[in-house]
Ligand binder design. Structure first.
Ligand SMILES: [Mg+2]
Length: 362
């Protein structure tokens, strides 16, 4: 692999809204301000989709079962999500991004990568662009955003977490490799709990440990992700910021540290996955007609169950209904379930309204 100096230096900004859903709820309802709130779930069931910083202080975080969250924080207030509002705010922040660059890749409603190497304002300094964007977001939406600035996507994403909330950080080409060496691999973007556990078993706990492994070793153990891990251990990430990705499907899956045997926990684990794929579709104005549930058993046998509806699913509740339909017949099962996944396909653009407007700005 080439070394860092052989790449043209890109300027990438990763913008990430702070506790997005929760902050929108606190903005719109003064009674929720300065209080521990959870968006999504209820005191009895479901999972937390987003937690306010006041709730995080109690150890509440997204994807946590609501029951656990309530136990950690007895005063926790559960607020139902309002995706139409989050989508509208998301549109506002994208219009701000579009003032700076067309090379923008949203990751979800509240996060995006921007390539500002060449930008519409002719600004030299990427950290200044990030400050301006955050100030405009605050002015237009009343909400705080954090930003990471670096020379590739991986480091920009890691940097946006460094001074959160309401802060920004830069990782320079000089600092990148050193930063990665000191970083625990479980904090890497792209390393989930299952991969982190596997790395730990292989003696890889930090970027420095990862850097000691050969490319062959990483490919052997992590397949297609091997070259990616090999690169990022050296502060190298060649992935481009891809604007307006046209995708055939959008999916999310999760491998569990303990096998599941019953419907209820399985349904609970699927909730954040559904929310993730739904948020992606919402963020990109995409409708989906086909839902596929993937189930991998403890013995590594895998099945998929699909259902296609005549018109794009109108709301996440409809997606949940279809997933329930596909999931229910799987149980009871003698074999434990080690992985669940949800994929949406038969995608179509839903609202052409916002897209041309963004293009006009160029
Ligand atoms: Mg965020």
């Amino acid at each position: 692999m080439k070394d860092l100096s052989s790449f043209p230096i890109r300027k990438i900004v990763h913008v990430d809204m702070d506790a997005f859903y929760a902050s929108v709820e606190q903005r719109d309802n003064p009674e929720l301000r300065c209080k521990p709130i959870a968006v999504g779930g209820s005191a009895a069931r479901g999972v937390v989709a987003a937690a306010s910083y006041e709730a995080r202080a109690f150890g509440v975080h997204s994807a946590m079962p609501s029951v656990t969250a309530k136990r950690k924080c007895p005063d926790l207030i559960f607020v139902p999500p309002r995706f139409d509002v989050y989508r509208a705010v998301s549109q506002q922040i994208r219009e701000i991004f579009a003032e700076y660059t067309p090379v923008m890749e949203p990751l979800s409603l509240d996060e995006a990568y921007l390539d500002v190497t060449e930008n519409l304002k002719g600004m030299e300094i990427a950290t200044e662009i990030a400050s301006e964007i955050r100030a405009k977001i605050k002015q237009v939406t009343g909400l705080n955003a954090s930003a990471g600035i670096s020379y590739n996507k991986f480091l920009a994403k890691m940097a946006s977490d460094l001074n959160k909330p309401n802060g920004q950080a830069v990782i320079t080409p000089k600092n990148g490799p050193v930063f990665v060496e000191a970083l625990p691999v479980k904090k890497f973007h792209g390393v989930g709990p299952a991969t982190a556990e596997k790395m730990h078993r292989l003696g890889i706990d930090t970027g420095a440990d990862l850097k000691e492994k050969t490319l062959e070793f990483l490919v052997e153990n992590f397949g297609k992700s091997g070259p990616y891990f090999y690169g990022i251990a050296r502060g190298i990430d060649e992935r481009e910021v891809k604007p307006n990705r046209v995708r055939k499907s959008v999916g999310a899956e999760d491998t569990f540290s303990q096998d599941l045997h019953a419907y209820e926990p399985a349904r609970e684990r699927l909730q954040p996955l559904m929310e993730k794929v739904w948020a992606y579709c919402e963020a990109n104005g995409i409708g989906a007609k086909t839902v596929t549930l993937k189930v991998k058993y403890a013995d590594f046998n895998q099945i998929t169950r699909s259902k296609t509806v005549p018109a794009p699913l109108p709301a996440i509740a409809d997606l949940e209904e279809v997933v329930d339909l596909l999931l229910s017949p799987i149980f009871p099962t003698l074999k434990g379930v080690r992985l669940l996944g949800v994929t949406l396909s038969s995608l179509e653009r839903q609202t052409a309204a916002t897209e041309p407007q963004l293009r006009l700005a160029f």
